[in-house]
Design a protein around this ligand. Sequence first.
Ligand code: 5GP
Ligand code: ZN
Length: 109
Amino acid sequence: MDCLFCKIINKELPSGIVFENSIAVAIKDIYPKAPVHILIIPKKHIVSINQMEEADKELMGGLFLIAKQIAVKKKLNGYKLLFNVGRESGQIVDHLHLHLLGGKMDLEL
Ligand code: 5GP
Ligand code: ZN
């Protein structure tokens, strides 16, 4: 499958993985939008939240736990967690991923 994040997960491309367990990998975003910008990517290829199924509930919860672990490790006082869903939202990679954004940033929601 021609998917950038599947290639990163399969180590076909170098990416500087900062965290990995059985369900996901985490990498630094190549174009960071905040001082800390990490992408938490499930190993299962799911295009977006729109393609999420009942069976993925536990996996999705696992992504949030990984985000929390990374935030604790990096001693972030606060952070944002974000999924882009679809082109209009800004999703450019069609493999679901959770953005972890920490430190001072312009993005206010
Ligand atoms: P999206 O806009 O799809 O929610 O997020 C995709 C993110 O992946 C973007 O923030 C973009 O900067 C990042 N990205 C795109 N290509 C690469 C890459 O090859 N390596 C890394 N580490 N991040 C990438
Ligand atoms: Zn993929």
